[in-house]
Design a protein around this ligand. Structure first.
Ligand code: IPM
Ligand code: MN
Length: 354
C-alpha cells in the first residue's frame, strides 16, 4: 500500500491532478496496487484566506507518506516569491529532494518546433540539482531604495551537495543504459570558483564510472545544441538555476508544457512528482488544459516505487493517447481535459508475463 499525499494546488493544478488520480485508480484495479490518497489544500487559495504557506508541522506530517503528487503552486493575486518560496521550495528543501529529474522525450506523433527532428532524436534526461545554488535564498539588501543600494544573492555550492547530485546522475546514466553518456552543463569559463568545484567533482566521480562517457558543455552552448543537435544528449547534469532554465527549453522541444513532467527526488526519503508547467491561470476551470504532463508525473511516481510493469503500461497508454490528440496545447487538443484522462485510462491493460 502506497500512501500518497496529494496537493492539487492552484490554477489548473486540481484539474490535471484529478485526471492523474483517475489513471492511478485504474492502475490500482488492473495491477492490484493499493494507494491511499490524502488531499492537502496548500496553495494560493489557502494563503489568501489564512495567510499560511506551509508549516513545520505540515512538513512533519508529509514525511509519513511514500510520495507527494503535486499539481501546481502559484496564484495571480499573490506577490511573486511568497508561494514559490513558502511552499514549493520549502517542500523541496525540507524534504531534501536534492534531485530534480526532468525527462525530455518526444513521443511519436507529437509536434516539435525543431524541423526534421524525430522521437529518436529527442530523448534525454536532465538531472537538476534541487537544493542549492542560487535557490538557497541567501543574501540581502544594503541601503535598499537609495541610489547606493546593494543587492546580494549568493550562490551556494557544497562539495556534499554537488557530489551526491553528480553521483546520482552517473548512476542514472548507467541504469538508463542508453548512450551511456553524461554531460555536465555549467559555466566553468566564468564561474571559476563555484563551477570549478562542479568540474572537479564531476571528473573525480567519473573515474568510478569508466563505462559512462563524461562530457561537458557550457550552459549557453547547451541551449544551442539542444535546438540544433538534441540527439547528442543522453543524461545532462546541472545546477539548480541552469537546470530550471534549460528544462523549459527542453519542455518546448518535447512538445510543450502540456507534456513535461518532473520528479523532485530524495532517493532515501519522500519524493514529489509534478507537471512542470505551473498553474496556468488563464486556462483555469475551462476543462481545456492538457493533463498528459500530470499523468506522466504519476508514471514517474510508479517508476520510483519500482512498479515497472504498471509504469510501462501507463507509458504505452500515454504514447497511444498523444497520437490521437490534435495538438498538445490547451484548448487545441480536440478533446477536453477529462476526455484525455478517459482516453489514457481506457488504454491501461495488464502486461502479460511471457
Ligand atoms: C520549476 C519552477 C520553480 C523553479 C519556481 C516556481 C520556483 O519554475 O519548477 O521549474 O524555479 O524551480
Ligand atoms: Mn522552472
Amino acid at each position: 500500500m502506497y500512501r500518497v499525499a496529494v496537493i492539487p494546488g492552484d490554477g489548473t493544478g486540481p484539474e490535471v491532478i484529478k485526471e492523474g488520480l483517475k489513471i492511478l485508480n485504474k492502475i490500482s484495479s488492473v495491477f492490484q496496487i493499493d494507494f491511499d490518497f490524502k488531499e492537502f489544500d496548500y496553495g494560493g487559495h489557502r494563503y489568501l484566506k489564512t495567510g499560511k504557506t506551509i508549516s513545520e508541522e505540515d512538513i512533519e506530517e508529509l514525511k509519513s507518506y511514500h510520495a507527494i503528487y503535486l499539481g501546481a503552486i502559484g496564484h495571480p493575486d499573490v506577490k511573486p516569491g511568497i508561494l514559490e518560496k513558502g511552499i514549493l521550495l520549502t517542500l523541496r528543501f525540507a524534504l531534501d529532494q536534492y534531485i530534480n529529474l526532468r525527462p525530455v522525450k518526444l513521443y511519436p506523433n507529437v509536434e516539435t518546433p525543431l524541423a526534421n527532428k524525430k522521437p529518436e532524436d529527442i530523448d534525454f534526461v536532465v538531472v537538476r540539482e534541487n537544493t542549492e545554488g542560487l535557490y538557497v535564498g541567501s543574501g540581502g539588501f544594503f541601503k535598499k531604495g537609495t541610489k547606493d543600494e546593494i543587492a546580494l544573492q549568493e550562490m551556494i555550492n557544497t562539495r556534499k551537495g554537488v557530489e551526491r547530485c553528480v553521483r546520482y546522475a552517473f548512476e542514472y546514466a548507467r541504469k538508463r543504459n542508453n548512450a551511456k553518456k553524461l554531460t555536465l552543463c555549467a559555466k566553468t569559463n566564468v564561474l571559476t570558483y563555484a563551477h570549478d568545484l562542479w568540474d572537479r567533482t564531476f571528473h573525480e566521480v567519473a573515474e568510478e564510472y569508466p563505462d559512462i562517457k563524461a562530457d561537458y558543455a557550457h550552459v549557453d552552448a547547451i541551449t544551442m545544441w539542444m535546438v540544433k543537435n538534441p540527439e547528442w544528449f543522453d543524461v545532462i547534469v546541472t545546477t539548480n538555476m541552469f537546470g530550471d532554465i534549460i528544462t523549459d527549453l527542453g519542455a518546448m522541444i518535447q512538445g510543450g508544457m502540456g507534456v513535461a513532467a518532473g520528479g523532485n527526488i530524495n532517493p532515501e526519503g519522500v519524493s514529489m512528482f509534478e507537471p512542470i508547467g505551473g498553474s496556468a491561470p488563464k486556462y483555469t476551470g475551462k476543462n481545456i488544459i492538457n493533463p498528459i504532463a500530470s499523468i506522466a508525473a504519476s508514471q514517474m511516481m510508479l517508476d520510483f516505487f519500482g512498479e515497472s510493469k504498471a509504469a510501462k503500461s501507463l507509458e504505452e497508454a500515454i504514447i497511444s493517447t498523444v497520437g490521437e490528440l490534435k495538438s498538445m496545447s490547451a484548448g487545441n487538443m480536440g478533446y477536453t481535459t477529462s476526455e484525455v484522462g478517459d482516453l489514457v485510462a481506457e488504454k491501461i491493460r495488464g502486461i502479460k508475463i511471457p
